[in-house]
Write a protein that binds this ligand. Structure first.
Ligand code: GDP
Ligand code: MG
Length: 781
């Protein structure tokens, strides 16, 4: 029987875990191990994926993946021992109780002027961002890890200037499964931070400690920050911290990042272990009689020399080699003889334990964790947060309620962003820019500045950057809501119930959010893809979002509806939006077949309890995104603005033009006009307006109005079919420069440039087909 065949509410015991490679390792790392009890919580409204509970937390799995896991009926275990376990055996330590782990055997502190480096490592949703903000305050630097677009945040710990702490992407294990995990693992192994701060969600301790086990193997000093203690103790649970320290051999500090408890003690421990290079005291996390024990030691013996010469921590490399981790094996570069010996050991493990080596290693870790938890964690009597989450989930992911509520929530976010808060702020900002422009203009006139400079400042820089800056409020407000949705745990639910739909076009559930935001504005949509876990999905989502018709195109639609299709606005708009979605879907299929072969990222995702987002983290994120956007506005966008201004303001002899028809822009537009001729859009004024639409879509209309004069001018040049063609062209052709700048930031110049060219070509083809079709229909009538 496989996991897929079970019904909601049923429990079973995992027998074998199928699949291969990284996905299988990921299953194992998430605790899906032979012998583990697994319960089906519910199926997504569309029947796939399925939510399961294992080791006391919720995971979302696709049915195809569930089919690879064979299970047997769980025999009801005798429950008698449970109440006993729940009783607190020790007086439970309070938050911030001083630890006992102060081994100063190797009393040789690093010099005082040494900058201590820390890595903040932990599972997703364990409170990493919240803790990082607590540790560093506003003293942060955001950047990228070299060579990849994975966010990297560094900062100094408050009150300790000679420290730098790096927030690493959330990971579940040190097996490279996604690009983020590779980044985190490489950082720990290659950068060798002076110490690791390992944040552990105490309400989810089994799975979180799985990562801890591996971190201890890296031989870096580790301090465990046991987070969410407020929830654990609030529910009547407790942890015997001193015992846990003794078992793990590293300092353990109970904290609550959200409530700012225990942070001071965490800092002093972290500084201490880093300064004194206090390595973990324990690494050998297996029962001496277990079959895996001797095998790991045999592998250690085998690879000792190689590990030393490549600088890999021995125990870590041995476990990974046993698991069959390709990256580590390549690094170790064993010779044939050694490979044979390793294979021999692996076969022996399999024979003795009945599990393949990867499962045996994972099993060893979980067995150890279970013992540890059994001896020093008093599980809560109840779990208020879980119960609350279940109640909320009954509605938010309910069979009939999930999608309507999702639509309502997104509609509310859109309404508030684009009509209320965002629009209000935008109005204010525009007023500000207007006033500033007027003052500057006055000053320039008073100072008798020459015409070119005057025009450059007012028509070029102020106008251009001003129009792009007006995106800023939208970006900021959008990220405010997104951050609330993400941190509360709702985005994970959206991914859960939208996955089946999105998988059809080769994406996974999470991509729905950026795509939807694309209907508002491509800029925050592209920026929000940062949170997508898989690189492939991220790329594909980014190049799909411009196909979602953004709100800046609305003025274009409105203009043409009023000029050409009065009274048919609803029809035209619906048609355009449908077209954009249909084309988006078709394009996704093409991308899937040509550019992004292979399956969408495997989808084994945690569904965390709903939590109240921290305002501090939310504000921090808004600030980061605003900064990010401003940097763009003042680099790429400023350059583009000046170029467009230049083309519009000068003729070929570099004289300021008085009649726009003589500008370089008009010349270029004239060159391009023949290309647009087959679309019936061969007028240079139309080409000019489209080129300026590259700056901001709204300016298509303003340029048309200027060049054609007021009402009626354009209707003399274009027929209704051509008006339709132009609408479709505007719908599909290159995104504006702000959007391109965001794409460039995520994917680099090549992709951004390719996107511009490709969308123009596509827009041309579709518009052309539309025109032929309409003319043919017209002829037939
Ligand atoms: P990350 O995914 O690891 O970066 O986790 P976040 O820092 O975004 O935290 C996830 C959620 O848990 C947020 O809603 C936080 O407000 C919440 N949270 C973080 N730390 C604590 C804590 O100590 N106690 C409680 N109750 N909630 C917390
Ligand atoms: Mg976070």
């Amino acid at each position: 029987m496989t996991l897929k065949e079970l019904k909601a509410g049923q429990s079973c015991i995992v027998e074998t875990v199928g699949g291969e490679g990284a996905l299988r390792q990921h299953f194992l790392d998430m605790g899906i191990l032979p012998g583990a009890e697994i319960t089906i919580v519910k199926f997504a409204p569309m029947g796939d994926p399925v939510e399961v509970r294992i080791h006391g937390y919720e995971l979302s799995l696709r049915l195809d993946d569930a089919a690879q896991i064979t299970v047997r009926d769980s025999v009801k275990k005798a429950e008698e021992d449970k109440p006993e376990k729940r009783k607190s055996k020790v007086a439970h330590p309070n938050l911030g109780e001083p630890g006992i782990h102060h081994d100063k055997k190797h009393e040789n502190p690093l010099p005082d002027d040494h900058v201590l480096s820390f890595a903040l490592v932990g599972n997703q949703n364990s409170g990493k961002t919240t803790l990082f903000n607590r540790l560093t305050g506003s003293n942060q630097h955001v950047g990228n890890f070299p060579g990849v677009t994975v966010d990297r945040k560094d900062g100094a710990i408050i009150g300790h200037e000679k420290t730098v702490i790096t927030d690493l992407p959330g990971i579940y294990s040190m097996s490279p499964y996604s690009k983020e995990e590779i980044v985190s693992r490489d950082f720990v192994l290659d950068n060798k931070p002076d110490a690791i701060i390992n944040i552990v969600d105490s309400t989810n301790i089994e799975r979180n400690l799985y990562l801890t086990m591996q971190l201890l193997e890296t031989e870096r000093p580790v301090v465990v920050a046991l987070n969410m203690m407020d929830e654990l103790t609030g529910n009547g649970g407790s942890v015997d911290i001193n015992m846990m320290e003794q078992i793990l051999g590293v300092p353990v500090v109970p904290i609550s990042a959200a409530k700012n408890q225990g942070i001071g003690e965490l800092i002093s421990h972290a500084i201490h272990i880093a300064k004194y290079c206090e390595k973990p005291l324990e690494q050998d996390f297996c029962a001496p009689e277990s079959p895996i024990h001797s095998s790991i030691h045999a592998v250690e013996h085998l690879i000792e020399e190689k590990a030393k010469s490549t600088g890999l921590p021995l125990r870590f490399a041995a476990c990974k080699a046993l698991e069959g981790d390709e990256l580590i094996l390549n690094q170790l570069d064993l010779d044939e003889n050694e490979k044979d010996l390793l294979e021999h050991i692996r076969v022996k493990v399999e024979k003795k334990s009945g599990l393949d080596p990867a499962a045996a290693v994972a099993d060893m870790r979980f067995t150890y964790i279970m013992q540890l938890v059994g001896s020093c964690v008093t599980k809560p009597v109840q779990n208020k947060e879980r119960e609350r989450s279940e109640k909320v989930d009954r509605i938010l992911t309910g069979k009939f309620t999930a999608i309507p509520i999702f639509i309502l929530i997104m509609a509310a976010v859109f309404f508030l962003t684009f009509n209320v808060i965002g629009a209000g702020l935008q109005w204010l900002l525009e007023q500000g820019i207007d006033t500033l422009t007027k003052w500057t203009e006055k000053a320039l006139v008073a100072a008798n500045v020459n015409d070119v400079i005057h025009s450059l400042i007012i028509d070029g820089i102020f106008e251009g950057v001003g129009s792009v800056l007006s995106f800023l409020p939208i970006v900021v407000v959008m990220f405010f809501f997104l951050s609330l949705l993400e941190d509360s745990g709702y985005i994970a639910r959206i991914a859960f119930f939208m996955d089946k739909l999105l998988r059809k076009i080769g994406l996974s559930g999470r991509s729905i959010v950026p795509l939807l935001i694309g209907f508002g504005c491509t800029v925050p949509a592209v920026m929000s893809t940062r949170t997508l876990p898989s690189d492939r999905d991220r790329k594909m989502t980014i190049i799909l979002t411009p196909f979602m018709s953004c709100t800046a195109k609305l003025p274009i639609y409105a203009f043409f509806v009023s000029s050409f299709f009065p009274g048919q606005g609803g029809l035209v708009m619906t048609g355009l939006y449908l077209l954009s979605i249909v084309i988006g879907i078709l394009i996704a299929f093409v991308y899937k077949k040509l550019l992004f072969k292979g399956e969408a990222a495997p989808f084994v995702m945690e569904l965390p309890n709903y939590r109240l987002p921290s305002i501090r983290s939310t504000l921090q994120l808004m600030w980061e995104k605003a900064k990010d956007f401003l940097q763009k506005a003042f680099s790429v966008i400023l350059i583009a603005t000046v170029v467009v201004w230049f083309l519009q303001s000068f003729d070929t002899r570099f004289n300021l033009v008085t009649d726009s028809q003589t500008s370089i822009m008009a010349l270029i537009a004239g060159f391009l006009a023949p290309v647009m001729k087959p679309l019936g859009l061969g007028d240079w004024r139309i080409t000019t307006s489209l080129i300026s639409g590259f700056m901001a879509k709204e300016s298509v209309v303003s340029v048309l109005e200027v060049l054609f004069g007021a009402e009626g001018g354009i209707t003399a040049v274009l027929g209704t079919v051509e008006a339709g063609t132009l609408l479709i062209f505007s719908l599909l052709y290159t995104p504006c420069v702000a959007a391109i700048a965001s794409v460039k930031r995520e994917l680099g110049w090549k992709w951004a440039a390719a996107l511009v060219v490709w969308q123009c070509i596509l827009a041309w083809i579709v518009s052309f087909l539309f025109r032929i079709l309409m003319l043919a229909i017209g002829g037939a009538l």
